[in-house]
Design a protein around this ligand. Sequence first.
Ligand code: CMP
Length: 139
Amino acid sequence: MVGNRTFSMIKPDAVRDGQSGSILKMIEAAGFRIVAIKLTYLSSERAGEFYGVHADKPFYPSLKAIMSESPIMALILEKENAVEDFRKLIGSTNPANAAEGTIRKQFAKSLERNAVHGSDSDENAAIEGSFFFSNLEKY
Ligand code: CMP
């Protein structure tokens, strides 16, 4: 299934503000199948592990704090060309640059509180999916 799956997270403030249903609706309307879904909590330490690639960035402490404020929704999504198509659906990391009709354009509050995460490669989709789910070959 390489190329057909991606990983996503609906971030704490979007879950808290009751936006997960609307976001899931946009995801399904765009042709993604929800393979796995989990509402769970990331401690600051686990959030730091998930975003370990950003450990040397100035925004890392704030990113850890924001991602551990309250529960997140973890998702594995399936569609042909999943990683690239999902990144198009969510829009630019900075919502100021996100195109009309994208999830971030509609729901992001700022660069740090940008509503959703989407994997940037097939390799990272597999790594990030395994961070939250096991026995993925059964899904
Ligand atoms: P995400 O796609 O989840 O990947 C890393 C996150 O770090 C990103 O979304 C933003 O929420 C945040 N981020 C990326 N760049 C910056 C930045 N320059 N300043 C603050 N936060 C950032």
